[in-house]
Design a protein around this ligand. Structure first.
Ligand code: 1CP
Length: 336
C-alpha cells in the first residue's frame, strides 16, 4: 500500500475501502450501540477495535484510523456533535472574525486517546498492512463550520469565499494548520501514510479551487511530506490535476470518472486510488466482477494504483460482497 501510494506499479494492486469501518459491519453496530460517535472517537480502546474490525474481516491491505474529520475541531473546543443519520452539526456556525478567533492550534494533549490508539493499532497490525491516518481538508471543514452542518449548495460558504476573501483565507489557513498538525501527530504515532479528505471540493470550478482552496490544502499536506499522501474529493473530475498538484502523491478518483480517463488526466506524476461505484456493490456479482477487472486493468496504466471505492461504503452494503471484492483484486496478478 505504501509503495503503491508512493508511485510504484505493483503486480497486484493493494485494496482498502473508504468507510470500511462503520455501519456495514454488524460487529461495528454492536459496539456503537453502547457509545455515541464522538465518545467512540475519543476512546483509545474503541478506536483500536473499530479500526481493526474491517482488517480482520475483509483482509484489506490498509487500516484507516477510525475517527472523523471534525475530531480535531471538537478537540480544540468547538461546540459540535455528530448526529446519527445526519453528520457533524456545529452549535454556532463560524461566519465572522470572532468565530475564527476561537479556533486555536491543535496540541498533542487534545488528541491523546487518538494517538494512543494509533500506537496500539500499529502494534496489532501485520507489518504488511498499512495504517492510514487522515484529516479533513480546509475547504470541507470550513463548509461544516460555516454552514453549521451538512449542506447541499454551500451558500454561506461561497458567500464568504467570494464576499469576504480576507476572512476566507484567514479561516482556511487556520484550518490548514489544525488539519496538518493532526496528520503530523498521527504520523509521529505510527501512521505510515495519510489521506486528506476534501469531500466537497467538487462544488467548485477549477479556477476557484486553485485560488481559494488549493493553497490551504497544500499547507495541510506539507505537514505530511515524509509519507505518501492520498488526496480525495467527491465529484472532482474537473479538478483531478489540481488535486494532485496540491501536494499529493496519490489522487483519489471519484466513481463518476472512468478510470482510464482519470489515469490520462492525472498523468504519470501521481498514483491513483479508486474507483468502484459503492452503489455497484448492490448489483449481481458478475457485473461487479467485470467492473473490478476493468478498473484494475485501467489502473495498470497509472504510476501506481490503490484499489478502492469511488466514495464511502454505504451502511446497507452486504459486507460479504466487500470481502469478495478484496479476494478478487488480490487474485488479479499482472499476468492474470
Ligand atoms: O453513527 C455512525 O456510525 C456515524 C457515521 C460516521 C462514521 C462511521 C460518521 C459521521 N463518521 C464516521 C467515521 C469516519 N468519517 C471515517 C472513518 C471510518 C472509515 O473510513 O472506515 C472517516 C474517514 C470519516 C471521514 C469523514 N467524515 C468525511 C470524509 C469522507 C467522506 O465520506 O467523504 C466526511 C465528509 C465526514 C463528515 C461526516 N461524519 C459523519 C457523516 C455521516 C458525515 C457526512 C455528512 C455529510 O453528508 O455532510
Amino acid at each position: 500500500m505504501v509503495a503503491a501510494a508512493s508511485g510504484h506499479q505493483l503486480a497486484t494492486p493493494p485494496v482498502w475501502f473508504m468507510r470500511q469501518a462503520g455501519r456495514s459491519l454488524p460487529e461495528y453496530r454492536a459496539l456503537r450501540a453502547e457509545h455515541t460517535m464522538l465518545a467512540s472517537c475519543f476512546d483509545a480502546e474503541l478506536i483500536t477495535e473499530i479500526t481493526l474490525q474491517p482488517v480482520r474481516r475483509h483482509k484489506v491491505d490498509g487500516a484507516i484510523l477510525f475517527s472523523d474529520i471534525v475530531v480535531p475541531l471538537k478537540a480544540i473546543g468547538v461546540d459540535l456533535d455528530i448526529v446519527a443519520g445526519r453528520g457533524p452539526v456545529i452549535a454556532e456556525p463560524v461566519r465572522s472574525r470572532a468565530g475564527l478567533a476561537q479556533l486555536r492550534d491543535l496540541e498533542i494533549d487534545d488528541v491523546q486517546p487518538v494517538l494512543d490508539a494509533v500506537r496500539a493499532i500499529r502494534g496489532e497490525l501485520d507489518p504488511a498492512t498499512a495504517l492510514i491516518g487522515f484529516a479533513g481538508a480546509p475547504f470541507t471543514l470550513a463548509s461544516y463550520l460555516i454552514e453549521g452542518g451538512p449542506s447541499r449548495n454551500y451558500t454561506h460558504t461561497k458567500a464568504m469565499m467570494y464576499g469576504e476573501p480576507e476572512l476566507w483565507h484567514a479561516l482556511l489557513d487556520r484550518l490548514a494548520h489544525i488539519s496538518g498538525r493532526f496528520l503530523a501527530l498521527q504520523i509521529e504515532a505510527g501512521a505510515q501514510m495519510v489521506q486528506l479528505f476534501d469531500s466537497w471540493a467538487g462544488a467548485l470550478n477549477r479556477r476557484d479551487y486553485v485560488e481559494f482552496v488549493q493553497p490551504h490544502s497544500r499547507t495541510a499536506l506539507s505537514y505530511a511530506s515524509e509519507v505518501p499522501r492520498i488526496h480525495f474529493g467527491v465529484g472532482t473530475g474537473e479538478l483531478l490535476e489540481e488535486i494532485g498538484r496540491a501536494g499529493a502523491t496519490t489522487v483519489g478518483i471519484d466513481f463518476r470518472v472512468d478510470m482510464e480517463d482519470a489515469v490520462r488526466r492525472v498523468g504519470q506524476d501521481y498514483a491513483v486510488q479508486g474507483n468502484l461505484d459503492p452503489a455497484m456493490l448492490f448489483a449481481p456479482w458478475p457485473a461487479i466482477e467485470r467492473r473490478v477487472r476493468e478498473i484494475v486493468e485501467a489502473g495498470r496504466g497509472a504510476r501506481g494504483h490503490i484499489f478502492n471505492l469511488g466514495h464511502g461504503v454505504m451502511p446497507e452494503t452486504d459486507p460479504g460482497v466487500l470481502t469478495r471484492v478484496v479476494e478478487l483484486v488480490h487474485s488479479l496478478g499482472a499476468t492474470a
